[in-house]
Design a protein around this ligand. Structure first.
Ligand code: NAD
Length: 369
């Protein structure tokens, strides 16, 4: 029997609630496929800071090093609570960015998917969504750019507080993410939207040069260059024009949250963060402190991250498809968590754990692969 060790980093806020539903699905997948998933939980994020004095403790680093893949819940606290943690230990700076750096997970895949039959979840008008629903993938560079450049804070010669944050890339970093994006576009509609800000940022001038150079190896892929600010508008006005989008780290952080918005909830946003040797999988959203502990978080993002892990880390493409299908079936039967529907909308509003149970029941009906 194949054995795969998976590190589970539950995280903060709604993290443990949605992780519990992911575990239900992993257990079922293991049973259906006669695989031994060794699931080991590790402390990570603000909860780890309070329990271990470190938001990415050494024992969690060791667990991640040993694991075949990592499944991570969202981390973070609300604005006021986060002040209880020293700035450099706050979950993103103290845990998330070091995790990404440790495994060089430069390629972040964020699928943005809503079939036309679920257009009522979206705040966009049906005529904007059109007959094909919303179906695109955002490819975000994840270990460079503004989030990983040199940072400096201090007091200058005039006694004024100042800050400097650099947006840094070398040509290899850009070429690496460009190749991932072109490969993805080649497997889909052969159109790549390159999102940049070259009218202001020199980093985008180099970015675009490399996109052109790498693009020469992909003559069958059409490149459409769009300024990031215009792309934000088009996501609302004409999302159907996008299929594969590639962009710098911070642009991707912001535009992918907007993409969650046009679907109706960040709870519909799973992701995969792929490095040369290791990958980790996480919902694109944060720890949702406003709804934590209420049992109403949408676990789609976490279960979708499991599906991506099955496909991308374990080569279980068919079973991954079954997981996606099971989740869509739960929606098709008229259910949703409260983030997606308003009372009176004719939708059966269900809890986090009920959603997980229904997905498991649907998955159990799928033929074994
Ligand atoms: P958020 O993404 O946590 O929440 C934004 C909104 O989306 C909230 O209304 C929330 O209730 C809703 N939401 C998010 N996920 C949901 C789900 N699965 N089901 C239903 N509703 C959902 O953003 P925020 O409130 O700005 O940030 C909270 C914390 O998360 C902050 O500390 C932030 O730094 C952190 N954060 C972490 C990550 C990560 O772990 N990768 C990503 C983004 C933000």
């Amino acid at each position: 029997m194949a054995t795969h060790k998976i590190a589970l980093l539950d995280g903060d806020g709604i993290g443990p609630e949605i992780m519990a539903e992911a575990v239900k699905i992993l257990d079922l997948v293991a049973q259906r496929n006669e695989i031994d998933f060794e699931l080991v939980h590790g402390a990570f994020g603000a909860s780890a800071y309070f329990s271990h004095g470190d938001s990415f403790p050494e024992e969690t680093k060791k667990l991640c090093d040993e694991a075949a893949a990592i499944l991570k819940g969202p981390i973070g606290l609300n604005h006021e609570e986060s002040k209880k943690i020293p700035v450099d230990m706050q979950p993103e700076r103290g845990a998330l960015l070091p995790l990404r750096r440790r495994f060089n997970t430069f390629a972040n895949f964020r699928p943005v998917y809503l079939p036309q039959s679920l257009a009522h979840f979206s705040p966009l008008k049906p005529e904007i969504i059109g007959d094909n629903g919303i179906d695109m993938i955002i490819i975000r560079e994840l270990v460079g750019g503004l989030y990983f450049g040199k940072k400096e804070m201090g007091v200058n010669a005039e006694g004024k507080r100042y800050v400097v944050e650099n947006l840094e890339y070398d040509e290899d970093q850009i070429a690496n993410i460009a190749r991932v994006a072109f490969d993805t576009a080649q497997k889909r509609k052969k159109v790549l939207h390159n999102i940049h800000k070259s009218n202001v940022l020199k980093s985008s001038v180099l970015w675009n040069e490399i996109i052109d150079e790498v693009g020469a190896d992909y003559p069958d892929v059409k490149v459409v260059n769009i300024l990031v600010d215009a792309a934000a508008t088009y996501l609302c006005l004409n999302p159907g024009q996008f299929d594969v989008m590639v962009m710098e780290n911070m642009f991707g952080d912001i535009l992918s949250d907007q993409a969650g918005g046009i679907l109706g909830s960040l709870g519909l946003m799973p992701s995969a963060c792929i490095g040369p040797e290791k990958a980790y999988y996480e919902p694109s959203h944060g720890s949702a402190p406003d709804i934590a502990g209420q049992g109403i978080a949408n676990p789609y993002s976490m279960i979708g991250s499991v599906a991506m892990m099955l496909e991308m880390s374990f080569g279980m493409e068919a079973e991954a498809k079954n997981v996606w299908h099971a989740m869509q079936e739960v929606f098709a039967q008229g259910n949703s968590t409260p983030d997606l529907s308003k009372p009176g909308a004719g939708v059966n509003m269900i809890s986090t754990s009920a959603f997980g149970d229904l997905v498991a029941a649907e998955l159990a009906k799928c033929p074994k692969v």
